[in-house]
Design a protein around this ligand. Structure first.
Ligand code: UDP
Ligand code: MN
Length: 237
């Protein structure tokens, strides 16, 4: 399940690369794009919830996959616990190698369907860039799961204007847009902090609470695609 908006150049290369990689492993898979159609800040986690709502009946495990991470070595196998697949990244532009932070749980993650529903999926309340992956890790730990990391994987990471510094089209943000991005991030930080301090119940915010219609769309780059428009949700997420 790939969260998506305006990253066409990445997508063009991502689809053949990932398909080939998974075919070599003889896996039974289907790539699903979940595209955000509105002009609100990007909501990666809610898009992933929507993707699960769309395909849950055909799957027993999910892989949440950013469009700009290309596996070099990585075995896509869902174990008995939530798994983050990234251990080493190579920046495409600089070839800089970087081991990911111990607590990083974004990028590429796998989880069984049972466990995903046990933690009520992702929070829907992280808009814009950042923290939705930390929150997902928190949800796993808080419900007694034992999230782990695959230690032997390498991913090529494509470059782009950092989301925090770009507008919704991926172009460099104006000062006004930059301020909006920062404001949205501050709101997410404060929500996350209230949850961690026990001041907010995390469980009434998840896949169960996401009531959004999924819009059938033509495939993009040969990949099945659903559209999501969050603008009708008002204050419910
Ligand atoms: N994404 C997207 N369009 C956006 C922002 C994010 O398609 O405007 C998707 C895309 O799959 C991307 C992922 O969300 O790889 C994570 O966002 P981003 O790459 O900006 O985060 P990073 O990990 O680079 O900080
Ligand atoms: Mn990225």
């Amino acid at each position: 399940i790939v969260p998506y908006r305006n990253r066409r150049e990445h997508l063009e290369r991502f689809v053949p690369h990932l398909s080939r990689h998974l075919e070599k492993q003889k896996l039974n898979f289907q790539i699903l794009l979940v595209e955000q159609l509105d002009t609100l800040p990007f909501n990666r986690a809610a898009l992933l919830n929507a993707g699960v709502q769309f395909c849950q009946d055909q799957c027993d495990a999910f892989c949440f996959h950013d469009v700009d991470l290309f596996p070099e070595t990585a075995a896509y196998r869902c174990g008995t616990q939530p798994l983050n697949l990234i251990s080493l990244t190579i920046q495409e532009r600089t070839l800089q190698h970087k081991e990911v932070d111990q607590h990083y749980f974004g990028g590429v993650t796998m989880i069984s369907k049972d466990q995903f529903f046990q933690i009520n999926g992702f929070s829907n309340r992280f808009w814009g860039w950042g923290l939705e992956d930390d929150n997902f890790l928190f949800r796993c730990l808080y419900s007694g799961l034992q999230p782990c990391r695959m230690m032997t994987s390498t991913y090529l990471e494509l470059s782009h204007v950092p989301a925090l510094k770009s507008d919704i089209h991926g172009n460099p943000a104006t000062r006004k847009e930059l301020n909006r991005n920062r404001r949205v991030l501050r709101r997410g930080r404060s929500y996350q902090s209230r949850i961690k301090r026990g001041l907010h119940d995390p469980w009434n915010d998840g896949i169960k609470e996401l009531t959004v219609s999924l819009i059938d769309m033509d495939p993009l780059e040969g990949v099945q695609r659903v559209g999501v428009d969050f603008s009708g949700l008002g204050r419910s997420v």
